[in-house]
Write a protein that binds this ligand. Structure first.
Ligand SMILES: O=C(CO)[C@H](O)[C@H](O)COP(=O)(O)O
Length: 216
């Protein structure tokens, strides 16, 4: 069964509590929380303070995706806010190995995200240290974009690398995930589906989550 992570980027920030409640009552596994700084990506969202409030509403896994430069400056803040998985971008980290160690030393799972142009081979030397690889299937910054088809090839290459090494690293796909393309994404070897608009803009978000969960 797919791990489903609704992306709160598409939630109603005027009534965030209601959306937290909906996701808590649904079959979703993770809360996906997108932090953007207006520098690494052309958009600004929220930081540790909002995540701390969201954390208080849930016992589900808080999956925090940092789309920021110099993430090492804020790793402790996100730990204090309650992140379970903290994901940094490969493209934002000059010392990626050090960043991964920093996240793990604080007791969080370490994720590394790749932009659409970055080959999965860029993680070859650190793959055994990573808990989650997040493959961006759109250019990061905004919800509601179209899935980039080349992502499917990246997923199957990465899945082969993980399986050959006998690792338990999870592959998470973020951007443009729909009920229509999710079966292909899972068939290619992904474990985690991040879905923003598909969940929060649907008529029945809980049912949409249930349908995504059923994909094997
Ligand atoms: O990281 C992100 C954007 O940078 C979001 O998580 C992503 O866009 C999800 O939204 P949608 O499912 O609507 O594409």
């Amino acid at each position: 069964m797919a791990i489903v992570a609704p992306s709160f980027l598409s939630a109603n920030f005027l009534n965030l509590e209601a959306d937290c409640k909906m996701v808590n009552e649904s079959g979703a596994d993770w809360f996906h929380l997108d932090v953007m700084d207006g520098r690494f990506v052309p958009n600004i969202t929220f930081g540790p303070m909002i995540i701390e409030f969201i954390r208080k509403t849930t016992t589900k896994v808080c999956d925090v995706h940092l789309m920021i430069v110099e993430p090492e400056k804020y790793v402790e803040d996100f730990k204090k806010a309650g992140a379970d998985i903290l994901t940094v971008h490969q493209e934002a980290c000059t010392h990626l190995h050090r960043n991964i160690e920093q996240i793990k030393s604080l007791g969080m799972q370490a994720g590394v995200a790749l932009n659409p142009h970055t080959p999965v081979e860029a993680l070859k030397e650190v793959l055994h240290d990573i808990d989650v690889v997040l493959i961006m299937s759109v250019n990061p910054g905004f919800g509601g974009q179209k899935f980039i088809p080349n992502t499917l090839k990246k997923i199957s290459t990465l899945r082969r690398m993980i399986d050959e090494k006998g690792l338990a690293t999870k592959i998470e796909i973020d951007g443009g995930v729909t009920l229509q393309n999710a079966p292909d994404i899972i068939n290619a070897g992904a474990h985690v589906l991040v879905a923003g608009n598909t969940v929060f803009r649907s008529k029945d978000p809980k049912d949409t989550i249930a349908q995504l969960k059923k994909i094997t």
